[in-house]
Design a protein around this ligand. Structure first.
Ligand SMILES: [Zn+2]
Ligand SMILES: [Zn+2]
Length: 429
């Protein structure tokens, strides 16, 4: 079970672009080389890595750094002689204390639980490759990993911490403790680990690609009944069971009917956006007097205090991004099932931007969790979450799921007839 085993003996292979449905030849990559689709520039193969040791080492180191986050205090707060130190788990514990258990689950899942599972799975997979053995369950584990990637938000959490600190700087003295520094290092290491995962070589090592029937490259997969597995990215001719022959994942022939699901999710997001902005997302309790604060009121308050850069960050992340994401996805749903090439690239770029920026809306949810845990100064001042946080987190999650359900292949027409002169028949798998 050697790393990059299947890539070199045969040299080239055929891949199907997951975004524009284009079948193309992928030449054997040199070390460090990645590959892009010639039609839509989508990343079809990550930078080739020389071995499994590097990602394995980084995954282990990231896991250890994550464990250290729980050892040290995270942030300190003091006001008028009353002090308080929070550790990382307090950001979720305070939400549970105020009966927002579901938000606590979201905060813990996106910052530590999912990244920890992801890293542990990488250690298992790369450990098996290093040992030269296919460990039990490797294929099932690898199949479930990639969908976790958009939901790992430690970098967003760091921005949430910084925004929180600037928000309350005028109210109290803030102390950054070792735990926060360790969390920042863990976040950087996690991102570095993600860049070292070469999925093409990893799949070759744990489940060699099956041999398949010849297909025409330089044409769409749709025109030949070929789809790319969403887990292992192997192109295969759609079969009766709609199962990927390499990893066993069930697959749809062409997800046209998922458009209705995307529309339904967008409608849900619009409905949730109303209470998210009408109800307070937090209460500042000073001398026993709770002052509710909606998202818009928080932005205006920051603006009037002269903290306009933070006001702009919150306004962009909490209002502009979710709204523009809903509008952009609705536009893309209207433009789906394209019959000509005009604007296909522009619409695909719009989708990519929508997909990338959506997770940053979680900043405000993290701000509420951090402020609720940090600002405790008896009856003098405290901050607790407001009911508006739940529909707001709902908007962020539902729009992210809506983006994931959208099938970008629908933005590209089936151009197989137009490109018939350049057709070449190649085996896939
Ligand atoms: Zn493409
Ligand atoms: Zn597969």
């Amino acid at each position: 079970m050697a790393y990059r085993s299947a890539e070199h003996p045969a040299g080239d292979r055929v891949v199907l672009c997951a975004e524009c449905d284009w079948l193309m030849r992928l030449p054997a990559r040199e070390l460090g080389q990645s590959a892009h689709c010639p039609r839509c520039h989508h990343h079809v193969a990550e930078a080739a890595q020389p071995n499994a040791q590097q990602p394995l080492a980084w995954a282990i180191a990231s896991l250890l750094m994550l464990a250290l986050v729980f050892v040290f205090p995270f942030l300190g707060f003091s006001s008028s002689g009353v002090g308080h130190v929070m550790d990382f788990v307090d950001s979720a514990r305070s939400l549970i204390h105020y009966h927002y258990g579901e938000l606590a689950a979201v905060v813990l899942a996106t910052t530590v639980v999912l990244p920890a599972l992801y890293l542990a799975a990488l250690v298992y997979l790369y450990g098996g490759i290093q040992l030269g053995r296919r460990l039990p369950g490797s294929v099932a584990i690898a199949r479930t990993l990639r969908p976790l990637e958009p939901w790992m938000m430690s970098d967003v959490f760091i921005v949430g911490v910084l925004v929180s600190l600037i928000k309350i700087m005028s109210l109290a003295d803030i102390h950054i403790r070792t735990g926060f520094v360790v969390f920042c290092i863990y976040s950087v290491m996690l991102i570095r680990t993600l860049t070292l995962v070469d999925w093409t070589s990893l799949w070759d090592a744990i489940a060699p690609a099956p041999s398949m029937v010849p297909v025409i490259r330089g044409a769409s997969g749709r025109s030949q009944g070929v789809v790319a597995c969403t887990a292992c990215h192997t192109p295969f001719v759609i079969n009766r069971g709609h199962c990927c022959p390499r990893c066993g994942k069930r697959h749809r022939a062409h997800a046209v009917n998922r458009l209705q699901l995307t529309w339904a999710l967008l409608a849900t997001a619009v409905i949730l956006f109303i209470p998210a902005n009408l109800y307070p997302v937090l209460y500042t309790v000073q001398l026993g007097n709770p002052q509710p604060q909606t998202i818009a009121a928080g932005v205006l308050g920051l603006w009037h205090h002269g903290d306009w850069p933070i006001a702009l960050v919150i306004f962009t992340a909490s209002i502009v991004v979710p709204l523009s994401k809903i509008i952009a996805l609705a536009w893309l749903c209207i433009k789906a099932r394209a019959t000509h090439m005009d604007h296909a690239m522009t619409n695909t770029r719009l989708y990519r931007m929508t997909e990338k920026i959506g997770r940053w809306s979680m900043i405000d949810v993290f701000v509420v969790s951090i402020l609720g845990a940090l600002v405790h100064a008896g009856s003098l001042i405290s901050i607790r979450p407001g009911v508006g946080t739940i529909p707001f987190a709902g908007v962020v999650i539902v729009t992210m799921v809506a983006a994931l359900t959208f099938d970008t292949r629908l933005l590209w027409p089936d151009t197989s007839r137009r490109c018939s002169t350049s057709h070449t028949r190649d085996p896939i798998g």
